[in-house]
Write a protein that binds this ligand. Structure first.
Ligand code: NAI
Length: 286
């Protein structure tokens, strides 16, 4: 069991991976950010280092800390260089992809490396079952945007050891987060409850009760931090649809989790949200 964590490997440099890597580096960890896509990796590096500069300008990073941050961040498309004490995966929301990645990394890392999945909805037990030494697989579910949101759900699968769950909980604290242990259940806590925020908002729009901006504005004024459509665009409509579909299947196609037609249409059109410049709203001039 790993006591001292010095290197974190973050897999997937998209919306979540980039934010998690930024958080890891700024918490003092050597961080390797891995993605198959060179362009995504480059964009993530630009965004993360831009944050270093902003923090420096605001006086929140000293000259030495800024220098250390640059030295502590590596990006790679070569899986064979991804050695660490902890692996945090934030790749596509599909069990075979996550299992395949962990097993490839198990071949080249030491036997007690901790495998954390940032999955929004998939069963940690189902992922762990297919990974060598499943006791070291745990859910570490960050929220979007990862550098800002404090909550991290720590999910213990049936085979996850207590020591690994506790070490991951401590790691989240070291990363400045507020971790909470939760049971392995479809969508865990937040995403299960949040499904209805999105699904009911889409149903309201489909029923012609109100327009998207009106629904968003009303809910924001009612106290929600972001309206459902703006939030779906931030999350990514592909990711959000994958999460809804995963819960729908996990609950034997219960109608209350049936994906909304509006999100299905958005994904079919490639209008994935902020990351593609268009989703429920247009971001091309922003
Ligand atoms: P994204 O689509 O923005 O990024 C995923 C990245 O993974 C892409 O850059 C892709 O090139 C890369 N990738 C795919 N397969 C790979 C592989 N085998 N090896 C290395 N890289 C690979 O997705 P996003 O939104 O960052 O989501 C990633 C994970 O985090 C998903 O499991 C999602 O459910 C979860 N999540 C997403 C949140 C969100 O608000 N978007 C919030 C919390 C969790």
């Amino acid at each position: 069991m790993i006591e001292h964590i010095s290197t974190i490997v973050v897999c997937g440099a998209g919306t979540m991976g980039a934010g998690i890597a930024q958080t890891a580096v700024l918490s003092g960890f050597r961080t390797i950010l891995f993605d198959l896509n060179e362009a995504v990796l480059e964009k993530a590096y630009q965004n993360i280092t831009l944050q270093f500069e902003k923090l420096y300008e605001k006086g929140k990073l000293s000259t030495a800390a800024r220098e250390l941050a640059y030295l502590s961040l590596e990006t790679t498309t070569d899986l064979q260089t991804c050695f660490g004490d902890v692996i945090i995966e934030a790749i596509v929301e599909k069990i075979p992809a996550k299992v395949g990645l962990f097993n490839q990394l198990a071949e080249i890392n030491h036997s007690d490396v901790i495998f954390c999945s940032n999955t929004s909805s998939l069963s940690i037990s189902a992922i762990a079952d297919k990974v060598q030494n499943p006791s070291r697989v745990v859910g570490m579910h960050f929220f979007n945007p990862a550098p800002v949101m404090k909550l991290v759900e720590i999910i213990r699968g049936t085979q996850t050891s207590e020591a690994v769950a506790n070490r991951t909980y401590e790691l989240a604290k070291q990363m400045g987060k507020t971790p909470v242990h939760v049971k392995d259940s479809p969508g865990f806590i937040v995403n299960r409850v949040a499904r209805h925020y999105y699904l009911e908002a889409m149903q309201l729009a489909e029923d012609g009760v109100a327009s998207l901006p009106v629904i968003d504005k009303l809910l924001e004024n009612a106290g929600f931090k972001m309206g459902p459509f703006a939030l779906m665009d931030l999350i990514g409509n592909d990711v959000n649809l994958a999460v809804t579909t995963s819960l729908y299947e996990a609950f034997d196609q219960a109608p209350r989790f049936k994906p909304g037609q509006l999100q299905i249409d958005k994904v079919a059109k490639g209008e994935l949200g902020k990351k593609t410049g268009k989703g429920f709203y247009d971001y091309t001039n922003k």
